[in-house]
Design a protein around this ligand. Structure first.
Ligand SMILES: *Cc1c(COP(=O)(O)O)cnc(C)c1O
Length: 469
């Protein structure tokens, strides 16, 4: 078996370039891309030959060289970030992009950002304007706050607030609220970055009014409340509500800052969910500065929204850090559109995907689950296909104990394992991300869009995902 002969059987680059399929690729893409793919695939082939002495399999690989080059070229031009079908039932799935935005809002944003806009231009006065101006009044109207702004995300809000109000001084916070919220975002570490010194009071499960009172010194610059949105300490607990802290703060002329995490503007209890403290309540109780995420329960773009007394918000707007944390035009445009929906709660619940999903009646979810099951059965997919009740989660660190009754299509594959099926679903052109439990694949219909039904079933059929290979 002569390896040199095998190496020599690899087509030369000039010969490949004469190939009509390759020429077509050059026309469609570019000569550079195709050359890169050719060299990549030839390297692979050389490595293959180095590791085998089976002439027949080398021949096969050589026959596949042009199709492999085509795949490589097409891969280079396919974005890695793709749409996926969320079958997990977790509405705010941080790994899957948190809050989806509505197509209608996106189309309006697209129109705005694909040309020039008055992002920072005051059209009435013909001079420089503020990028927050598009949604500041709206936020004030909705929440009752005096002023508002927005930064890149809520972690940035905390950083900016503390840097603006408490740099070089102390901030008093309860031990029960010193949280980590995923992605290594820890309140104590952010405080340190801001240049404020953290003064922890109370214990993990109990913090009293007196604890705050005795921690206040000449160096105290603010009292901080953090809504422990991603966990609950249950049982023997006590914390000091914001309205109790206000008189204490007033007495010492200190601002009370509340990090709400998830910013809810509507009363979720109306829809059968646990009441989550709303932004309006926080302001009404007297919080001086309140911050929350744009893409948690608010259902908007990634952002950190900061509202409160004008004198504090003005200090933040002037802080040099703001320039580094500022939102871009996409976010500013999207925030305005999403906040406008809240002018009518009915419209918000209908037009903001996150709210629509968490408030959708079980009957509707069941209808989608049944449609999906029917389609899968019609395709005679080799699996036991059932529609069963399940529970969805809100996720994104919001309402951690909340479970929403939902309906799922439960698949028990007949020819392959659940692990294999889960992996194959993940590798589809439009990946399907399910939940797995008790040796079944669960597709929770609460997070499936109407268009996902056909997309999911058709892909399972077309790519023979459930067949033995
Ligand atoms: C989620 C959360 C944050 C961080 O918000 P991002 O928008 O993800 O940066 C900060 N504080 C609390 C309490 C949170 O729940």
């Amino acid at each position: 078996m002569n390896k040199n002969l095998l190496y020599r059987s690899i087509p030369k680059v000039d010969v490949l370039l004469e190939n009509p399929a390759i020429q077509k690729m050059i026309d469609c893409y570019s000569r550079e891309t195709v050359m890169e793919a050719i060299h990549m695939e030839m390297d692979k082939l050389r490595k293959f030959i180095a590791n085998t002495s089976d002439e027949e399999s080398v021949k096969q690989q050589i026959d596949l060289l042009v199709p492999h080059i085509a795949c490589a070229v097409s891969d280079m031009h396919t974005p890695n970030m793709r749409m996926v079908v969320n079958g997990t039932g977790t509405v705010l799935h941080t790994n899957l992009g948190r809050a989806p935005v509505s197509r209608e809002h996106m189309e309006r944003v697209t129109a705005l950002v694909s040309g020039y806009s008055n992002l920072e231009y005051n059209l009435e006065e013909g001079k420089r304007g503020e990028r927050y101006s598009h949604f500041e009044k709206l936020l004030c109207k909705l929440t009752g706050a005096e002023a508002a702004m927005a930064v890149n995300n809520n972690a940035s809000s905390v950083l900016l607030i503390l840097s603006s109000l408490a740099k070089g001084g102390e901030v008093v916070v309860s031990r029960g609220e010193l949280i980590e919220i995923g992605g290594k975002f820890r309140i104590p570490d952010v405080m340190e970055q801001s240049g404020a010194k953290l003064v922890e009071v109370g214990t993990t499960n109990k913090t009293h009014y007196d604890d705050y009172e005795s921690a206040i010194t000449e160096d105290t610059k603010a009292l901080l409340k953090v809504h422990t949105s991603n966990y609950r300490i249950v049982g023997f607990t006590d914390s000091v509500a914001i309205d109790e802290l206000i008189p204490l703060a007033k007495e010492h002329d200190l601002p009370v800052v509340e990090d709400l995490g998830s910013g809810v503007l509507i009363d979720l209890a109306k829809y059968g969910l646990t009441h989550e403290p709303t932004v309006q309540e926080s302001i009404a109780k007297g919080a001086d500065v309140v911050c929350f995420s744009g893409d948690k329960l608010l259902g908007g773009p990634q952002a950190g929204i900061i509202i409160g007394r004008k004198k504090y918000i003005d200090r933040m707007k002037r802080n040099q850090l703001t320039r580094a944390l500022r939102i871009d035009k996409f976010t500013a445009a999207m925030l305005e559109l999403v906040l406008q929906e809240y002018l009518s709660e009915e419209k918000a619940v209908k037009n903001i995907p996150v709210l629509r999903m968490i408030t959708e009646p079980l009957e509707e979810v069941k209808r989608r689950a049944r449609l999906l099951a029917r389609r899968m059965r019609a395709y005679k997919l080799p699996a036991k296909i059932e529609v069963k009740p399940c529970e969805s989660q809100i996720g994104g660190g919001s309402l951690p104990l909340e479970r929403i009754p939902s309906m799922a299509v439960v698949l028990r594959p007949e020819k392959i394992s659940v692990t294999e099926l889960e992996e194959r679903m993940r590798r589809l052109p439009v990946p399907i991300i399910p939940r797995t439990a008790n040796d079944t694949i669960i597709l929770d219909a609460r997070t499936l869009k109407q268009s996902d039904i056909k997309l999911a079933a058709d892909q399972l059929k077309e790519y023979e995902v459930l067949e033995k290979r």
